[in-house]
Design a protein around this ligand. Structure first.
Ligand code: SAM
Length: 440
């Protein structure tokens, strides 16, 4: 017997995402059994990520005006299409469940329409005859097929060409590549793999560095005590490797100039064996609390959270190494954040570039003569990465670019820069540059 609870919940949440701009990641709640909640989260994030492609398919098989469909019915059709096309759920189950959801939320007419559209779609899918967007504008067609806004696709096509753009778009639709940082380092990895196996999680050492594990799912880990005890932390290995680019040493003074929620500050302190100082600054009052919590869970004493705006912050001390992990568009983490692609804009990129320049100049003031400034983002856009570094070097001739070679695996070294790309390395996108200040 079909149980529409998870789908009904997903329809209600999807309507909130669209009407109120609610963030997908903040919709989880504990009011339903874990299985219902988990499926609702999957529908909401999958449909949010794929909605442009799903709407294109629905429009091809529904003989009326899709825009004019009842909003709830539209979400029911999207969820059913998502299950049939993207999740490869058994067709009778996907269609029956969608029909039951339409009956529960709407009326018999809506249920009949749902049945007709989804059955036609499934027949075409199984016959390998799903339509492809074909407007003659490649950027638009790829944007529909991979469910993105058209403007960034046009830019990626211009920069990378069709093959790399297709690969990047496909990678941005593949959620579920999660890695864990193991607090005890490489020696602790075999024991943690055994603990994870007891939770039913498959884990294997990351190919990029030996204190990270790739895991097949996160939910059982989130429910276990492993995060609270500080045994492991959820961190993408590409983000972790930014700390390798910084290469903090025991007894040094480190400034993490945009530190919340604290993933990199904590990893830096661990690599310093909790000796020295990590000042972890962030402008957000709420998020500074997260840094303190993360340090506590890991039993670290040298992480000092500071609530301040970097652009006006004064400090008597100069630091051996400063990390500026700048606010960015997040185009390297689109797979993990289902709604992010719909929240970006070209104007947003310009504003971010301005902020990144201001923060870089502010961070540079705190680097001691001969010290190191590392600039990093989780973006793949040259406007936020290479261009910001070049602009900084042209403003500040007391800094020069230094190679990341030897600090991260060779495959992640792009000339002298650190660059991880989702479609090439199977990680989140990440970028970092080492900027050495002259000894005065
Ligand atoms: C990419 S996140 C940092 C992530 C962090 N490094 C980590 O690994 O967990 C960027 C951070 O910059 C902070 N930020 C933005 N403007 C700032 C400013 N003017 N001064 C200090 N922090 C700022 C944001 O609050 C945000 O937490």
């Amino acid at each position: 017997m079909a149980d529409p609870t998870a789908r009904v919940l997903a329809v209600q949440r999807l309507l909130r995402v669209e009407a109120e701009g609610a963030h997908v990641a903040r919709l989880a709640d504990g009011a339903h059994p874990p299985d219902v909640s988990r499926r609702a989260v999957d529908y909401v994030s999958g449909v949010t990520r794929q909605k442009r492609w799903l709407d294109f398919l629905i429009a091809e098989f529904y003989r009326g005006d899709v825009e004019g469909l009842d909003p709830e019915l539209r979400q029911i059709l999207r969820i059913g299409t998502y299950e049939l096309i993207e999740r490869e759920v058994a067709p009778h189950a996907a269609v029956n469940e969608a029909v039951e959801t339409a009956k529960a939320l709407l009326h018999r007419g809506a249920a009949g329409l749902t049945n007709g559209v989804l059955r036609a779609l499934d027949r075409a899918h199984r016959a390998g005859a799903l339509p492809d967007p074909d407007t003659g504008d490649l950027a638009n067609d790829l944007a529909v097929r991979y469910s993105h806004p058209t403007w960034p696709v046009r830019r990626w096509l211009d920069r990378w060409g069709e093959e790399a753009t297709r690969a990047f778009l496909a990678a941005s639709n593949e959620p579920g590549h999660f890695t864990l940082r193991v607090t005890g380092g490489a020696e602790a990895v075999p024991g943690v793999i055994r603990e994870l196996a007891d939770l039913g999680v498959e884990a294997e050492p990351s190919e990029w560095t030996d204190d990270f594990l790739a895991v097949d799912r996160l939910q059982p880990i989130l429910r276990s005590g492993l995060l609270d005890e500080g045994t492991v932390a959820v961190q993408d290995v590409a983000a972790g490797l930014v700390v390798h680019v910084l290469d903090p040493q025991p007894e040094e003074r480190i400034l993490d100039a945009a530190a919340a929620p604290g993933g990199k500050a904590v990893y830096a302190a661990l690599r310093m064996h909790d000796r020295g100082e990590v000042a972890a600054l962030d402008v957000s009052e709420a998020k500074v609390g997260l840094i303190a919590g993360a340090a506590r869970r890991h039993g670290l004493s040298i992480v000092r959270p500071v609530k301040a705006d970097l652009t006006t912050w004064e400090s008597d001390a100069r630091f051996d190494r400063v990390l500026l992990d700048a606010p960015c568009s997040g185009s390297g983490v689109l797979a993990k954040r289902a709604d992010l692609r719909w929240r970006r804009s070209p104007e947003g990129l310009d504003e971010l570039a301005e902020l990144q320049d201001a923060l870089l100049d502010a961070a540079a003031r705190h680097v001691r003569p001969g010290g190191l400034l590392v600039y990093s983002t989780c973006s793949v856009e040259a406007e936020e990465n290479d261009d910001r570094v070049a602009a900084f070097l042209s403003r500040r001739n007391e800094f020069r670019l230094e190679s990341v070679e030897g600090l991260v695996p060779d495959a992640l070294v792009d000339d002298v820069l650190y660059r991880a790309l989702p479609h090439v390395h199977g990680t989140d996108g990440a970028f970092a540059a080492r900027l050495r200040r002259s000894p005065d």
